[in-house]
Design a protein around this ligand. Structure first.
Ligand code: ATP
Length: 500
């Protein structure tokens, strides 16, 4: 064989071709260019050029063994392979800051002997590798004859977690019990429970971000996961778009595949973004197959998010989906107590109950109410008491009245028909109760943003078709019975007064 770099590399390729499939050969080996061949006393160095650092990572992970044996076979026991990388310079505009793999602008072609490094174990050598001869007689070679000087191999991952979101600070109630206990189990053993992926969904300010970040913070504190990344789906999308623009898609992909616990918030923003979803789908698969944990949140059940691909939806089904609901009264009281305590604010029970009774929609509004109260007291230099609370929260309470709850509507309708609200939520089929229930369902549909499913659940766990039937019955009866129509119009007037 002629001893030129081209001829030597050609001989290597012939062996490699017999040991990998066609597609891998085309993808990973054809683009490699031989650069130089230098013979020294104790080694013969073949230097080849790789299109990117990603190639280097991939070859080292997947073909280390094959390359080592091939080079020994072609060049003898003194044979060594060195890589030269076509440099992708650090791009300051690239969006994903955590991904900074540093390398010199022009790495030297040849390397001083690399520091010993364990041989990669991630992928077993290809099965057909036995066709490469001379394996057993090989003299000892350095642990990594392909090392490139100057590369910092460890990818730095900024977890982006906010340390204030912990399980200790997360108040548990009926509204979030299932989600919380699943989250804790996951935090203790990321990737090892059947809750993978874990998806928490629910309306605004109900603690989704807090809970999913608590998983990350716990895992970090208790060292149950090494590489953790919290990212909003918007940020993920922006990073992906930047990666495309700056031709760094391989790095982006490698970066996310390297994570042990990936937490993506607000995945509803993936809706309609096909390319981002495709990339996320591949990352998801790689992580899941590797036993890594994926945690997601959304503002509604994923099936209700427009523009999410079926294949992603089906992946979400693999694990656990848990919802978080608006907090009940006890939870609201507990959270106000805790927040006041954390902030060192003295609040009497009647003030706490006043806020908890009037601010019902979510945790963020509760926090907002508390802050407003404190600011009001400081501004007017007054003690916090019930009178001050009424004054400070006047607007908030008024605003809140605009959105009626299902319970309020049940209350108004039941008062009108003089029936017990508990009965409309019960299984009873007594005629007058059924009618009050149907009318209340009809108004819930008209005056609230709740889905049919959610309305049904508030009426003793009935399904959405019962709600549809109720609305149709009310409308039909209004058509045929003028007295009934009058009743409905009177009730409508009452409810709308209440909601103003
Ligand atoms: N169960 C809880 N215990 C203590 N604090 C809570 C709880 N739930 C929510 N909070 C607090 O309420 C605020 C809003 O919660 P968070 O941001 O997690 O809601 P979210 O569901 O992610 O809302 P969004 O979808 O609007 O982002 C945060 O300050 C959070 O710490």
């Amino acid at each position: 064989m002629e001893r030129t770099p081209e001829a030597v590399w050609q001989a290597c390729l012939e062996i490699i071709r017999d040991n990998v499939n066609r597609q891998s050969y085309k993808t990973w080996f054809e683009p490699i260019k031989p650069v130089s061949l230098t013979e020294e006393e104790d080694q013969v160095k073949l230097t080849v050029e790789l299109p990117s650092r990603f190639y280097y990572e991939w070859l080292e992970e997947h073909y280390y063994s094959l390359l080592r044996k091939t080079i020994t076979k072609v060049l003898g026991p003194k044979g060594r392979l060195f890589y030269k990388i076509v440099i992708e310079k650090e791009d300051p505009q690239s969006g994903f800051e955590g991904l900074s793999v540093k390398m010199p602008a022009h790495p030297p072609e040849t390397a001083p002997p690399p520091p010993p490094r364990p041989r990669p174990t991630a992928t077993p050598p290809p099965a057909s590798e036995s066709s490469v001869e001379n394996t057993e007689q090989e003299p000892p070679v350095p642990a990594n004859p392909f090392a490139i000087p100057g590369i910092i191999r460890k990818i730095q991952v900024d977890s982006q977690l906010d340390p204030k979101y912990t399980f200790e600070r997360f108040i548990e109630g009926d509204c979030n019990r299932l989600a919380r206990s699943a989250a804790l189990a996951i935090a203790q053993q990321p990737g090892a429970t059947s809750f993978n992926p874990f998806l928490v969904y629910g309306g605004v300010g109900l603690g989704k971000t807090h809970l999913i970040q608590a998983i990350g913070n716990y895992a970090r504190q208790h060292h149950t996961a090494e590489t953790i990344r919290y990212v909003s789906s918007e940020q993920f999308t922006n990073e992906f778009v930047q990666a495309i623009q700056h031709n760094r898609i391989n790095e982006f992909s490698l970066f996310y595949r390297h994570i042990d616990l990936l937490i993506v918030d607000d995945i509803q923003f993936f809706g309609g973004k096909e390319k981002t979803q495709e990339e996320f789908f591949h990352i998801f698969n790689a992580l899941h197959q590797g036993g890594k944990q994926i945690v997601l949140s959304a503002d509604r059940p994923p099936r209700d998010i427009p523009g999410i691909e079926e294949r992603l939806l089906s992946r979400f089904q693999w694990g656990l989906m848990a919802d978080v609901q608006p907090p009940d009264l006890e939870t609201r009281i507990a959270i106000l107590r805790r927040k006041a305590e954390d902030e060192g604010i003295a609040l009497s029970d009647d003030v706490i109950e006043f806020i908890a009774h009037h601010v019902k929609s979510n945790f963020r509004e509760l926090e907002g109410a508390l802050l407003r109260l404190v600011a009001h007291a400081a501004y007017h230099r007054r003690e916090i008491d019930l009178a001050l609370a009424r004054e400070a929260l006047r607007d908030l309470i008024k605003e809140n009245r605009v959105t009626l709850t299902i319970e309020q509507i049940q209350q108004i309708v039941c008062e009108y028909f003089d029936v017990d609200p508990d009965l409309v939520r019960s299984k009873t089929r007594k005629r007058e109760i059924v009618q009050a229930r149907q009318v209340a369902m009809y108004f819930c549909k008209q005056f609230t943003q709740h889905s049919l499913k959610s309305i049904g659940l508030h009426f003793g766990g009935r399904d959405h078709s019962t709600v549809i039937h109720a609305c149709q019955s009310v409308e039909n009866l209004m058509e045929t019975d003028p007295k009934f129509r009058e009743i409905i119009e009177e009730l409508r007037h009452k409810i709308s007064l209440y909601s103003r």
